[in-house]
Design a protein around this ligand. Structure first.
Ligand code: HEC
Length: 242
């Protein structure tokens, strides 16, 4: 166990250096983190966003869950669950209005994000949304992380086993949305879960790694990966598992 811990620490250190980060990675975050449901914007801000929306966005979008490129309901949660408020802000600022991204002020884009949150039943609060302050807040439904949609790029860590002809990850973590394939620094050390997921379209034989701890990235097949993971990368991260 000791050597595994060392490996994880060294990888974390190397990644930290590569990113030029000087923060010490301790995991000791004391202040309770704000969540999406803690009132990240004001009603007044969302009303300002609504005025801009009517003039600038409405010909291509509806704020409803059905109709012309809907910005609420299933479409919103499928696109943004486990992304961050910063991802939503950046997407709108860079790309919208479509073909004319970046044409509005930062404050106006923040107002539009407030409007999109409100349209999805996320409550208002007493302070206005400032993108830099809420960038890292994850977008998760009220009842906690929902199943990610089919096609989401995810990372899963678990123990490699065989089920008939298929390789599966058992005791696996819930799929976690990612924008990078390959391994993450804490793959060797993070707590495992209770999922079981079939690895599909593997290009390599993994027999030698059965019983070992594996980190896989790929595209979910079916909501939550009910039909498996269409594997992009698969890497042994520890010799023992769980
Ligand atoms: C000319 C048509 C057009 C206009 C105007 C427009 N959009 Fe879009 N919007 C699109 C298209 C097309 C997409 C899908 C693009 C993609 O997925 O890359 C999109 C995608 C989006 C998404 C992501 C939706 C999702 O579920 O992934 C958001 C949020 C969004 N637009 C917000 C806005 C806002 C806010 C405005 C007004 C400032 C706006 N759009 C104006 C055409 C438009």
């Amino acid at each position: 166990m000791r050597s595994l811990f060392l490996v994880a620490t060294v990888i974390a250190a190397v990644v930290g250096t590569a990113a030029g980060a000087v923060t010490v990675v301790t995991g000791a975050q004391t202040a309770p983190a704000k969540t999406l449901w803690d009132g990240l914007y004001t009603d007044e801000q969302a009303s300002r966003g609504n005025a801009v929306f009517n003039a600038t966005c409405e010909n291509c979008h509806t704020l409803d869950s059905q109709g012309n490129r809907p910005l609420s309901g299933k479409k919103f949660w499928d696109s943004y669950t486990q992304k961050t408020v910063g991802d939503l802000f950046t997407f709108i600022q860079k790309n919208m209005p479509n073909g004319n991204g970046g044409s509005l002020s930062e404050k106006t884009y923040a107002d539009l994000v407030a409007l999109v949150l409100k349209s999805n039943g996320i409550p208002a609060g007493t302070t206005e949304l400032v993108p830099s302050e809420v960038a890292a807040i994850p977008i998760v439904p009220k009842d906690g992380p929902a199943e990610l949609p089919a096609g989401a790029l995810v990372r899963i860590v678990g123990c490699l086993a065989k089920n008939g002809p298929d390789f599966v990850l058992t005791s696996a973590t819930p799929p976690q949305r990612t924008d990078k394939t390959g391994t993450a620094p804490d793959d060797a050390s993070r707590p495992l879960g209770e999922k079981s997921i079939t690895l599909k379209f593997l290009l390599t034989k993994l027999d030698a790694d059965i019983g070992k701890r594996i980190s896989a990235t790929g595209l979910l097949m079916g909501a939550g990966g009910i039909n498996g993971l269409n594997v992009t990368t698969v890497t042994k991260v520890a010799d023992s598992c769980p």
